[in-house]
Design a protein around this ligand. Structure first.
Ligand code: ADP
Length: 354
């Protein structure tokens, strides 16, 4: 599918600006961004649930911009699953096929196929309100896939589930969506989920595309300080100078903690800077250290594994840090999203890419 130059205004205020998106068959693009950045609006425009002000939408080589939602060849999965609670699983999956006028025999064949594919056979006759969150999610997926759409749009499909289940289902979704000849667009605010399910990310800020690419590219090469913070880098600094690194107006400095080595205070072999451990706590997959570097007047976060650290570290301990030059990166500073949205400036962030 392809969307070109999509724009949307509400009461004269633009919430989506000239957005392009292309997803190949078998591809999955995740649309990411903070709340209010226009993710759901983008999905609704592609689905045809509301009209776009400018631009066009193409599905399987066909311009569907003027077609209503049910004629676009697009399947939808919503966060709340929007299933019919009083109907059983089979009837929920068949719903779109009945609407589309499929013959009874073809309906049955397709529903049985989906029940099998999604491991729902034993639940086929169960009412949807007697299913778990994960099971409902699979029914919603089966229902959306039933009429064999060319494009599948998923709006926060895992948001209502607990973390462990979300992680499992994200892996499952990744395998399903990439095996098929569907083009999928997934809206999420969760970078981990986007990185698991999608092969491409599109990051929105205030209705504009800020950066796109595979998840690892956004994490490794954020185009500006805002993106660096959005993808979870904790050490992004502003000011005239940071740690002796002079910054131009509109520049920020990013310290990559993955390139910083933590040594004990008495380790003097390598050029290093003195630091104090303020706090040490476990976090998912490792440890998080809050560290103060008095010589630089900087506080930083280091994340890593216990085995990378001197033994027996405690909060309050002195340390030494090895900080190679390559651990510092200058990044353009982005305007706060509100300033950008209200300024009416045409400043696509890709322009900042080097
Ligand atoms: P996201 O999905 O990223 O949270 P949305 O696409 O829901 O963002 O919203 C983008 C912007 O458009 C927000 O500022 C929101 O308040 C505004 N908006 C969304 N729908 C409407 C509407 N029907 N009328 C007016 N403003 C809307």
């Amino acid at each position: 599918m392809r969307a070109e130059g999509l724009s949307r205004r509400y009461n004269g205020v633009a919430v989506l600006h000239d957005l392009d998106l292309a997803v190949e068959a078998g591809g999955v693009t995740a649309v990411l961004g903070p709340s209010g950045s226009g993710k759901s609006t983008l999905l609704r425009l592609i689905a045809g649930l509301e009209p776009n002000d400018d631009g066009s939408v193409w599905v399987a080589g066909r311009d569907v911009t003027r077609l209503s939602a049910h004629r676009r060849g697009v399947g939808l999965v919503f966060q709340d699953h929007a299933l019919f609670p009083h109907l059983d699983v089979r009837a929920n999956i068949a719903f779109g096929l009945v609407e589309a006028g499929w013959s009874r025999a073809r309906q049955q064949e397709r529903v049985e196929e989906l029940l099998r594919d999604l491991g729902l056979e034993l639940l086929a006759a169960r009412r949807v309100d007697a299913l778990s969150g994960g099971e409902r999610q699979r029914v919603a997926l089966a229902r959306a896939l039933a009429p064999r759409p060319a494009v599948l749009l998923l709006d926060e499909p895992l948001a209502s589930l607990d973390r462990a289940l979300r992680e499992r289902l994200a892996e499952d979704l990744e395998a399903r969506l990439h095996q098929s000849d569907l083009a999928s667009v997934l809206v999420t605010h969760d970078l981990d989920e986007a990185a698991t399910v999608a092969d491409q990310l599109l990051l929105l800020r205030a209705g504009r595309s800020v950066q796109r690419g595979p998840a690892e590219a956004l994490v490794r090469d954020p185009v500006d300080a805002w993106v660096a913070r959005f993808v979870g880098h904790p050490n992004v600094y502003e000011g005239a100078a940071v740690a002796g690194l002079p910054l131009e107006g509109g520049e920020a400095a990013w310290l990559r903690d993955d390139l910083v080595e933590v040594l004990s205070a008495d380790d003097r072999h390598t050029p290093s800077v003195e630091a104090r451990l303020l706090r040490l706590r476990p976090q998912r997959g490792g440890l998080r250290l809050d560290i103060e570097v008095p010589a630089w007047d900087v506080r930083m976060v280091w994340r890593g594994a216990t085995r990378e650290l001197p033994a027996g570290l405690r909060s309050g301990d002195m340390l030494r840090l090895v900080v190679p030059t390559a651990a510092w990166r200058r990044l353009p500073n982005a305007l706060p999203p509100d300033a950008e949205a209200n300024s009416g400036r045409a400043a696509p962030r890709e322009a900042a890419q080097t």
